[in-house]
Design a protein around this ligand. Sequence first.
Ligand code: SF4
Length: 174
Amino acid sequence: MLQRLYHTLRFKLLEMRGLTNLPVISQPSSARSLDERELYPHLFPNYKPEATPEITVGSILTWILLKLAVLMPLMWYLFERFRLHEYWLVGLGAIWLIVVYPAFMQYQRFKAQTQVLEANTLCAKCRHFDETGHFCKLLDEHVSLTYTPCGGESWEAKQSFGRNNQNDEDETFS
Ligand code: SF4
C-alpha cells in the first residue's frame, strides 16, 4: 500500500517535470529494403541497367557503314584535290583508326555483355534468345540482367542445350 502510494507520488512528480512523455523516434523517410539490383554494378563490371542494350551487332555494323559513307567520299576528295596518291597508307590508317578499331572495341564490349547475360539469365539458355541483339525473338523485346520479358513462362530449351552434337541427342533425356 505504501509502496503503491510512493510510486504514484513519484510518477506525479515526474509528470510535473514533463519526464513521463515517451520520446518519439522519427522514422527515416527513405527507409527501404536493399534492392538486389543495386548490387549488380558492383558484381558485374559490364552491367548495364537499361533494358535496351547499348551495343548490338546491328549497331556496330550501322556505325561502320555510316563512317565509311562519310569517310570514303571525303578521302577521295582530299586525295584528288591535293594529289596525295602516294600517301595511300595514310588513308588506310585513317580507316583503321576511325572505322575498324572502334568497331573492334565495341565488339569486345558486346561480347563481354553477352557473357554476363549468358552466365546470369534464363533467356540465354532459351531457344528464343537472339545473342546478336540481346533480345527475345518470341516477344520482340530486349533482355537484360533484371528483365525477362516472359517472366520465364515461355522458356524453351535451346536445341543444343545439354548436347554436344547431333549424334548423342537422346542421351540427355534418356
Ligand atoms: S521466351 Fe522468355 S525465356 Fe525465352 S528468350 Fe523470351 S523472354 Fe527469355
